[in-house]
Each structure stands twice: as C-alpha cells, then as structure tokens.
Design a protein around this ligand. Structure first.
Ligand code: NAD
Length: 562
C-alpha cells in the first residue's frame, strides 16, 4: 500500500482507524506500534472529537493539525530502527540517530518556560499554529477510551468506601459533574463499587456516548425525574446510574434546597480549562459556544465565577455531611481565583485516597492488543490471574472488567500494579507474543498520573510530607530513566489534568513484540518506572515507600569498591 492509499484507508480525516492484524505497514513493530496507537487515539470510538483531533480532557490533542498528523504518519511508516522521530507539540520536527533499543519516538508537548506558563500565552501560540495541548495520554498516544480511567476511578471510589463507609456503598448516593472522556468512567466505576450514581453534564451528546458504550444506565432531561429515579434506587438498595442534562451548579443548588445530601460528592468537569472546558452557569450550551468565540475574556470570567459558586455549593454540602473531594481537575484553584476564598477547604483525592498506593509503586498500568482481537486481551487477563493468584483485588477487577467493559478502538485493559508486578506482567505478555498465544504484539504503557512521573501540586503531589509538591525534577528523572531504559516512545508534557502552569509530567510506552530485545527493554523500563515513584516518596519521608525500597533492595549502594 502506498502512502496515499494508507491515508485513504486509515486516516481520511476525520475517520481515523488503526490497522488490525499481524501484517506490518511500517518497517518494524517498533514503529507500527506508535502508528497504530496514534490512529487509535483518534478513532471515533475512542476520541471525543476527531474533527479537531481532540482525544479527551477538554482540548487534549494527538497531533497539532491535519497536515502535521499526516507528516507524523509518513515518518513512522518509513523510520528504521537506527533513528528516532522528534515530535514537538504534535508536529514532526526532526529525526535523530539512535539505536535499536532506543525509543523510536521522543515527544514534548505544551512545555513553556515557567514565567510564560499560562493559558493566555499558550492560547496565543496555539492560535499562531505553534503549539497544541497534549493533556496526558492524548499527545502521548496511549489513551484507551473511558476504560483507561475506569480502573483509577474505581480504585478511588473503593478507597473512599473503605475509609468512610465500612467498605459498603449500599444505599449510598454519589454525585458528580462532567461525563466527558474521563468523567464518563464515573457512572460505571460507581455502580461497580456498589453506589447509586447521579452524574450531571450540560452536553447531552456526552451522556449519550456513555449510554452507547454501556457506561451509564439512564439519561434524563428533568431534575425531578432524575432525582426520583435515584432516590427510589437508593431506598431499595438497587444500584443504578443516571446522567442528568443540566448545569452542575444548578443541580447542587437544587439538591441543597431539597435536602438531598449526597453521601459522596466530587467533580470531573474540565475545570482546568475555563475557556474550553467549563461551561458557565445561566447560559445555554449554544450561547456558551458563541460567547467563547466572540468574547473569550468575558467567557473566562463567567466561567471562573460559576466555578466559585459551584465549589461554594460543594462546601455547603460538605458541611451537611457529604464526603467531598476534588478529583483532579483543578476546580479548587479556579474557584479560588473566581472568588471562593475557602475553595481549598475540601481535600484533593491523592492525599485523601491514593498516596499509599503510590508509595508501593502502584499506578495505572495498561496495555493494548495491536491485533485488534478482543481474545488477545482475554488471554492476557487469564495469564495475569494465573500469574498473580494472591492478588485478589486485581483478580476481582479483571473478572468484573471482562464482564462489563465494552472495548473502544483497539482492545485494551488497565489494572493498577506495583513495583515488581509490572515487570513480571510485561515479561509475561512478551512471552505470550513470542509463543504465539496472542495474534500480534502488545503495547504496555500507563497514564501520566502515576507514582513517579508527575509534579502537580493541586493533584498528584498535593500536600507532600516534605513540602516538595512543586519540584518537577522527578518527572524529568522519570523521563530520562525510561528513555535510557529503552521505552518504545516517551513524552514530556506540561499542564495535563490541571492546566497551564500547574503540572509537568512524563509518559512512556514499551512494546512487547516477543523478541529478546523487547524483553530487555521491558525489564529495565518496568523496573525504572515504578522505582521512580518509590524513590520520590521515600525521599519525601513516607515510611511505606521506605519499606518498599528495602523490600526490593533499591537502596543507594553502601560499599565502596572499585
Ligand atoms: P471532557 O472535556 O471530555 O469532559 C468535561 C465535561 O464537563 C464535558 O462533557 C462538559 O460538557 C462538562 N461540563 C462543563 N461544564 C459543565 C457544567 N457547568 N455543568 C455540567 N457539565 C459541565 O474532560 P474529561 O476528559 O472528562 O476530564 C475532566 C476533568 O477531569 C479534566 O479537568 C481532567 O483534567 C480531569 N481528569 C482527572 C483525572 C483523575 O484521575 N482524577 C484523570 C483525567 C482527567
């Protein structure tokens, strides 16, 4: 197939689709893998808005524009194993000389010198065609649809259930805003954890997408109808999820007036981006889209004020008994800037629930079957269950995931694994490819939200024990370790999750193609990657991380011998 035939078949804008099967289009699996994952990120089944190359998270893109995307595709089709492609904010900018165990693609997205690191400056550069917003896994080509966040959301809700509800969500109501790319995982995660769920989104299309993929049970356009449904289910002890088309602030206000106090309250609107992500209160979605174009400053101002009101209502519900937490969208910061001085009076989810997992090097490990055959993922599920018989939470999750998750794009799976486990799982997958038990290679990656790959003081590194929340040497060390270790593609981004100026983070994906080279790269990368989380948390004074460090013999060397 020549280049134009390839584009016509797999990348005729906006109809993107990754090739399936075990025939190569590129020169090796090392470049076929990023090519397939890039196209998969933009597949209509996966991406929120392929027309704009937006994958998820407000404006998180996979490539800067159509032309830049085609150029990346072309370079990946012809690149050999002694060179690597440089991608700067979604555009191919050069090829460097490397070697077969080096990453094939080196990606930097949305990075700005700190004093210029704000949305205003970024928007100007974006308008001039010089940058794109990469979010986390959008610009690093390892987004796998709502399932990607499903496990993390499920882990968080289960941690909340254990901490506050005696590990039982029966008759409990969880309320949240935002049912977009990531937020869309909340209804399924909540019902899998046993809670009744009310999700609020201003855009009906977003809720319909969750209905189509089986992530939510019902859509409603009426507050009264939605509330009746959830109250009935709550009383009977049934588990259902309802998506209400409305403004989240208005809905929280109504719940307060009606004395309906959610047991658990959080939010996943795209608050990190007040211009493109959050829709201000008291205007319709259509009016909002018009205002965004005609007067961005007025839009941003209304958005921040609405977020102040929204966070204020969350605080009131917290006072009335809701277990309330920020779910990583920077809502508290935007609300504070919008006029709610006490916005930080509810906690972030990392210090509240996730940090102990980070201390054991645990985080959102994920993989995708490049064959496109769901059976390959079921084979990996089975292999993991056999290899880790003692890991009951993982087995529980894999069984539930196998039953309830419909794949989007290339079949994929996610489960949180820690130090030691990730390397073991990666080598196991490589053997499945080597022995032909799966039909094509597998890629292994993770979210940038991980134990040692991100500095984000309002999210993953909030309230670190030693006050080192804003130190971003750690994600840089993570990037360098994974590059030196031989990941297949690596990335460094700015602003993911919480917006410009608030985070820096690194991504990695490593290929399991059944070769000895892959086994060596997997072994190094899947050791280095969680190790960074343990070093980071040990250095910050977390005892659990120090115990894990000792358990795996990861101390700095004592003896001095030449
Ligand atoms: P998205 O842009 O795809 O979805 C956001 C949704 O919020 C949209 O559907 C939008 O219609 C809705 N919305 C906006 N304003 C609203 C309002 N006033 N009332 C009701 N609905 C409104 O974004 P996403 O990928 O779902 O991510 C959501 C947020 O969560 C982002 O800020 C992202 O950075 C953050 N996030 C958190 C985690 C985590 O693990 N905690 C992970 C990824 C993303």
């Amino acid at each position: 197939m020549n280049f134009s035939e390839f584009i016509e078949t797999y990348a005729a804008h906006p109809n993107y689709h990754a090739p399936r099967g075990n025939q190569l289009n590129a020169r090796s699996w090392q470049t076929e893998a990023p090519l397939r994952m890039l196209l998969n990120n933009l597949d209509r089944e996966v991406a929120e808005n392929p027309e704009e190359l937006v994958v998820y998270g407000g404006t998180g893109q996979a490539a800067r524009n159509k032309e830049a995307l085609q150029q990346i595709i072309k370079q990946l089709l012809i690149l050999d194993e002694n060179h690597s492609l440089l991608v700067q904010s979604g555009k191919a900018v050069g090829i460097v000389r490397t070697h077969p165990e080096a990453p094939r693609v080196l990606i930097a997205n949305s990075n700005l010198v700190p004093a210029w690191a704000n949305w205003e400056h970024f928007e100007k550069l974006k308008k001039d065609g010089l940058m794109m917003y990469g979010q986390m896994t959008a610009g690093s080509w390892i987004y796998i649809g709502s399932q990607g966040i499903l496990q993390g959301t499920y882990e968080t809700f289960v941690a909340c259930r254990k901490k506050y509800f005696n590990n039982n969500f029966q008759h409990k109501l969880l309320v949240s805003g935002g049912l977009g790319g990531m937020g869309g995982a909340q209804p399924l995660a909540a019902t899998m954890a046993g809670a009744v769920f009310l999700g609020v989104d201003i855009d009906p299309e977003r809720i319909r997408k969750r209905l189509q993929t089986g992530y939510i049970d019902h859509i409603s356009y009426s507050y009264r109808e939605a509330v009746d449904m959830i109250l009935r289910a709550k009383e009977k002890g049934d588990v259902i999820s309802v998506g209400l088309v409305a403004d989240i602030g208005d809905t929280l206000q109504n719940l307060l007036i009606d004395g309906i106090i959610p047991d658990i309250l959080t939010d996943q609107t795209s608050a990190h981006d007040p211009l493109h992500g959050y829709v201000p209160n008291a205007i319709s979605l259509e009016e909002a889209i018009r205002l965004r174009r005609s007067d961005p400053a007025a839009y941003r101002n209304r958005s921040m004020k609405s977020m102040a009101r929204h966070a204020g209502l969350m605080l009131k519900l917290q006072e009335r008994g809701s277990v309330t937490f920020d779910y990583g969208n920077n809502l508290r910061e935007m609300a504070k800037q919008g006029g709610e001085p006490n916005a930080y009076d509810f906690d972030g989810f990392t210090p509240k629930f996730i940090r102990p997992l980070f201390c054991e090097g645990k985080g959102p490990f994920r993989w995708a079957a490049l064959s496109g055959d769901p059976e390959d993922i079921f084979t990996t599920d089975k292999a993991l269950i056999e290899a880790f018989p003692e890991n009951h939470p993982m087995i529980d999750w894999l069984i539930k995931a196998g039953e309830r998750i419909s794949f989007q794009g290339l079949p994929a799976r996610i489960c949180w694994l820690g130090m030691g486990e990730r390397e073991k799982a990666g080598l196991l997958f490589n053997d499945l490819v080597r022995t032909g038990k799966v039909k094509a290679p597998i890629v292994i990656g993770r979210d940038h939200l991980d134990c040692g790959s991100v500095a984000s003081p309002n999210r993953e590194t909030e309230k670190m024990k030693d006050g080192s929340d804003a130190v971003s040497d750690w994600p840089l060390l993570n990037l360098m370790s994974n590059t030196a270790g031989g990941a297949t593609w690596v990335s460094f981004h700015h602003g993911g999750g919480v917006g410009m100026g608030y985070s820096q983070h690194a991504g990695m994906v490593v290929l399991a193609d059944g070769t000895d080279r892959a086994a060596a790269c997997i072994s190094r990368v899947l050791y280095n990657d969680p190790a960074l989380g343990i070093f980071r948390h040990h250095d910050a004074g977390y005892e659990l991380a120090t115990d894990t460090l000792h358990q795996f013999g990861m101390e700095l060397r004592e003896s001095y011998e030449i």
